[in-house]
Design a protein around this ligand. Structure first.
Ligand SMILES: Nc1ncnc2c1ncn2[C@@H]1O[C@H](COP(=O)(O)OP(=O)(O)OP(=O)(O)O)[C@@H](O)[C@H]1O
Ligand SMILES: [Mg+2]
Length: 312
């Protein structure tokens, strides 16, 4: 069993069934210590369910999981000490102060008074929240509340931190601040981070991302590599006549992603002459632009490729 210790997270055939529905179907994951891992997928794909199984919030229907070499099912108490969890929905009491919320969590983690005091002070300093310590959460901004949620999740210095959509609903400056804090924690404490997010530009910082859809894992890779492998350019065309454009494009460029009058093509050939192409398509085109691909493109082409149908 020694090899299991090599991984921060290891799962074999991890499955969760709710009635007839398979929320997570035979998941095999192997995530190394210190990795920044992202699990990406549409609403209802099984991301939170996966996190809940790995953090003992819910039991697996079948399959196995290990956190830092300990089997989750056999050692739930040890698992809870090893993991930190920032929930998709806040776990804080808004009518309590920042300090009260964190002291309460510290007691749950069995930190003694001195340890709690030291750790809370340390984290409030990282998050720049020292002055808010004795304010009720209702008086804080969304970004500050989220920071307290993260502080709560890492109070006990977990080896593996699960972040379930940590920046959902936050504006851009707050999202950036939250990521600075998380980066700081990764640097200071070497935590393995397991992230789910719908903001794919945030997931570009991951070492590795996989995709999940209807409970089924689709293996991904390093974001930079996935982006490079997807295409040299993405070509977006606003069509006056989609039939004409798609017919003319098909022999050389295949099928596009199709959204009403807007078609997106993957262009593999770096030397493609877009000006010439624009001339050839002529009046069938209203507007045309080409750009470098990003992780959002990888996601769309993985989760709903051209033959997949309508995005739900
Ligand atoms: N307690 C439950 N009882 C029954 N079905 C559930 C339960 N929790 C989740 N599900 C179902 O399991 C599936 C996966 O849900 P899950 O919350 O894991 O998705 P998700 O990927 O986290 O989605 P989102 O991006 O919306 O957060 C969904 O079809 C959901 O309806
Ligand atoms: Mg979820």
């Amino acid at each position: 069993m020694a090899y299991k210790n090599q991984y921060a997270i290891l799962t074999k055939g991890l499955t969760k069934q709710y009635g007839q529905a398979l929320a997570v179907n035979g998941l095999d994951l192997s995530i190394e210590p210190g990795q920044f891992y992202g699990l990406l997928g549409p609403n209802g794909a099984g991301k939170s369910t996966t996190i809940h199984m790995l953090t003992t919030m819910t039991s697996a229907s079948s399959g196995e999981a290990w956190i830092a070499g300990r089997e989750v099912k056999r050692y739930p108490v040890q698992t809870r000490a090893l993991v930190g969890l920032v929930f998709q929905d806040s776990a804080l009491d808004r009518m309590m102060t920042v300090d009260e919320n964190l002291q309460f969590a510290a007691a749950l983690y069995n930190l003694n008074k001195q340890q709690a005091e030291q750790r809370i002070a340390e984290l409030l300093s990282v998050f720049g929240l020292e002055k808010k310590r004795h304010q009720k959460l209702v008086a804080l901004s969304g970004g500050q509340r989220r920071a307290v949620d993260i502080a709560r999740g890492v109070l006990h210095k977990p080896q593996v931190l699960f972040l379930d959509e940590p920046t959902i609903g936050l504006d851009l400056p707050n999202r950036r601040s939250i990521w600075r804090f998380i980066e700081q924690l990764r640097k200071d404490e070497g935590m393995t981070v397991f992230l789910t997010t719908h903001y794919l530009e945030e997931a570009e910082a991951c070492d590795h991302v996989d995709f999940i859809q209807k409970g089924q894992l689709q293996k991904g890779g390093a974001p930079k590599k996935l982006i490079k492998n997807l295409a040299a350019y993405m070509l977006e065309i606003d069509c006056a006549d989609t039939e004409v454009v798609s017919q003319q494009m098909r022999p050389q460029f295949g099928e596009p992603l199709w959204e009403d009058q807007h078609l997106t093509y993957r262009i593999q050939d770096k030397e493609t002459d877009f000006y010439q192409l624009q001339k050839t398509l002529g009046n069938a085109v209203n507007a045309m632009q080409w750009r470098k691909p990003n992780l959002n493109d990888v996601y769309l082409w993985t989760v709903c490729p051209p033959d997949y149908g309508v995005v739900t």
